[in-house]
Design a protein. Structure first.
Lengths: 287, 378
């Protein structure tokens, strides 16, 4: 078992003919993910990856023809909101948006629209999902993680890779790794994923990777204290970040004294979570 | 991106929010001339992108044009919180009966915009928010529907705005919402919105923050950016799509991904060093971006060592390596460099850098320790 994706996932790639879309589709297929279709408006009828994956003009057409049940989005930021609306309207139950730099008001409209439908959005501005040995949806390098019983959830991209890689070097595997993204408005939050891990029989321990800004880590701490039976270890990025400066991610900013790393670490430790001093230390806390 | 008061108020006015008559001046004699045109008492207001201007003495009421000139001379020579004042706004002065706060921002927890209002507006609104938050009314706005008229009426009633003003308040609330949504603001604020002694509502001060990610569809706003008010290195970085923030330390950092960039700073500090910057080259950065990033890092003369921490995902390590080589060719750096490449195309990247005389590391902890040692030795 795993969460969100597995070897039965039938994946559609929005923005498949773009530079990044094509590169990462190749990587996903090489990993063993069933990429059944791609969408690029105006390129319907073409094939990519030496005739392996058909391209359609719209998500609706691609779903009808291939039975895709998940979408990953690589389209540029200015078109990303539309891509998410299109995927939701085509009835896809899982949408993973990799694109970074989407205007926050676009995301508010997308999120409020998707909340009216039965759709799970992961991201945007995220590395996607990896169920080691089964499927990857997004851009997490497949060779840095091995299958196992640790669920990983993170607001960051490359920082997540650090942790997966450190786990692998210790012989520790992951059930599923979920990058929820670094934007202030996203589709899936820590608690959504913690709940899935708590109910997933394969997952025995959990790693939560947070960062400064917002209060999602504090809310996750409350959930862990009251609802979780599985042990959780954590790392919070941005301990040295100055207040009022946006640290790259639109969500990573200490505003009005709220959202500091110190507050988050305090809340997590009070919930019984062991918090690492640097990312490579996290897996050792779960040994 | 922050807008100046005068820019924010001009935008508000475009959407029907009443603002005082006035213009911006770069010299004291211009200020005097504007005061002459307006007649009567005027207020001379420093235009800098920080709060607390009034408390710093950057806002003065002048009784006549001569005094306006005198205040403008003084204010244009000031620095407020380290920022030199380059412009003043000269507005007709209003006779104030009551100060109201009215603002819209993004409530990230609710995933919706929220309109906030308080009858206790003015310079102490932060104090009000901290000590008596119940005096601030909050109404969430459905981003798909926009602000509804009844919501504006509810706000007016909740802050005990006298009924005589409800008719005028509606279009002001609605105008502020339109200014916020049409311009991709993350904050649009009128503080204070005043009731004047002659029974009008007037937006005396305005503040707007614009979402940088949305500037592609607002070229008119992008032009309003005041580059005098930010570090030149940050302006240069933005040109190349890099996310850069200058810090006080001596170890330059080039990292892909914001979380990992923050973490690299944290780990440098953990091992006794001090980062010179936050720098995220972003996802999928090519060689030219990397070269620009290195130039920006090395422009800071405090930098005694550079740490590259690249964990390839959407970014390919060989592309980064090409950028490093191109930049080194161009800037011929003299400081030691520690490089760590892991992930997508890492082996190709390492092969490209094999002859570049760089210190290599396997783990982040090792890379940080080596960078700290290199900076101390330099």
């Amino acid at each position: 078992m795993s969460i969100l994706i597995n070897k039965n996932t039938r994946l559609l790639v929005q923005g498949i003919t773009g530079n990044e879309g094509l590169f990462h589709t190749t990587q996903m297929v090489a990993y063993g993910t069933h990429v059944v279709a791609g969408v690029t408006p105006g390129k319907g009828g073409e094939w990519v990856l030496n005739g392996k994956v058909p391209v359609f003009d719209s998500v609706k057409l691609a779903v009808e023809a291939t039975g895709a049940n998940a979408s990953v989005i690589f389209v540029p930021a200015r078109f990303a909101a539309d891509a998410m609306f299109e995927a939701a309207d085509a009835g896809l139950p899982l949408i993973v948006c990799i694109t970074e730099g989407i205007p926050v008001q676009d995301m508010m409209r997308v999120r409020n629209y998707l909340d009216q439908k039965n759709v799970r959005l992961v991201g945007p501005n995220c590395p996607g999902l990896l169920t080691p040995g089964e499927a990857k949806v997004g851009i997490i390098p497949g060779n840095i993680a091995i299958p196992g019983n640790v669920g990983v959830v993170s607001r960051s991209g490359t920082l997540t890779y650090e942790v997966l890689y450190a786990m692998k070097n210790l012989g520790m595997g992951a059930s599923t790794c979920v990058g929820i993204g670094g934007d202030p408005i996203n589709g899936t939050n820590f608690i959504d994923v913690l709940e899935m891990f708590e109910h997933d029989p394969q997952t025995e321990k959990v790693i939560l990777i947070g960062e400064i800004g917002g209060t999602e880590e504090e809310k996750a701490a409350e959930y862990i204290a009251s609802k979780m039976t599985k042990p959780v270890a954590s790392f919070i990025a941005g301990q040295t970040a100055p207040p009022g400066k946006r640290m790259g991610h639109a969500g990573a900013i200490i505003e009005g004294g709220a959202g500091t790393a110190a507050d988050k670490i305090k809340a997590l430790e009070a919930a019984g979570v062991r918090v690492a001093k640097h990312p490579e230390e996290i897996p050792t806390l779960l040994k | 991106m922050k807008l100046h008061e005068y820019q924010s108020k001009q935008l508000f006015s475009k959407y029907g929010v009443p603002i005082p008559k006035g213009r911006v001046a770069a010299t004291a004699s211009e200020a005097k001339q504007i005061a002459e045109e307006l007649g009567g008492r005027v207020v001379v207001k420093s235009q800098v992108l920080v709060g607390g201007r009034g408390k710093a003495g950057g806002i003065k009421v002048a009784k006549d044009p001569a005094e306006a000139e005198q205040f403008a001379t003084h204010i244009l020579g000031m620095e407020i919180k380290g920022l030199p004042v380059r412009k003043v706004l000269v507005d007709e002065a209003a006779a104030i009966e009551q100060e109201i706060y009215l603002g819209i921002t993004n409530d990230r927890a609710a995933r919706k915009p929220v309109m906030m209002a308080s009858a206790a507006g003015g310079v102490d609104i932060e104090e009000v928010a901290a000590t008596t938050p119940e005096k601030i009314v909050k109404v969430h706005i459905d981003p798909l529907l926009g602000l509804r008229d009844y919501q504006a009426r509810d706000i007016a009633a909740s802050i005990d705005l006298p009924r005589d003003y409800w008719r005028d308040f509606g279009p002001i609330a609605s105008g502020l919402w339109q200014a916020y949504s049409a311009n991709d603001a993350t904050l649009a604020e009128i503080n204070p919105l005043v009731i004047t002694k002659d029974k009008r509502l007037l937006a005396l001060d305005g503040k707007m923050l614009i979402d940088d990610n949305a500037l592609f569809r607002h070229p008119n706003l992008a032009e309003m950016r005041d580059i005098d008010e930010e570090a030149p290195s940050e302006t240069e970085a933005r040109k190349y799509g890099l996310s850069f923030i200058k810090l006080d330390g001596n170890i330059g950092c080039m990292v892909n991904g914001a979380g990992l960039a923050m973490t690299s700073m944290d780990v440098i500090k953990l091992f006794g060093g001090s980062p010179a910057n936050f720098l995220d080259i972003g996802g999928g950065a090519g060689a030219d971006k990397v070269a620009a990033a290195l130039r920006i890092i090395l422009d800071d003369k405090n930098v005694k060592a550079v740490l590259y921490n690249i964990f390839g995902g959407i970014t390919r390590c060989d592309e980064v390596a090409k950028g490093i080589l191109a930049a080194m060719e161009e800037v011929k750096p003299k400081v030691p460099m520690v490089v760590r490449l892991v992930g997508t195309n890492a082996e190709e990247g390492r092969a490209l850098l094999a002859n570049a005389h760089m210190i290599t590391a396997e783990t982040l902890a090792e890379a940080a320790q080596k960078a700290v040692a290199a900076a101390q030795g330099a």
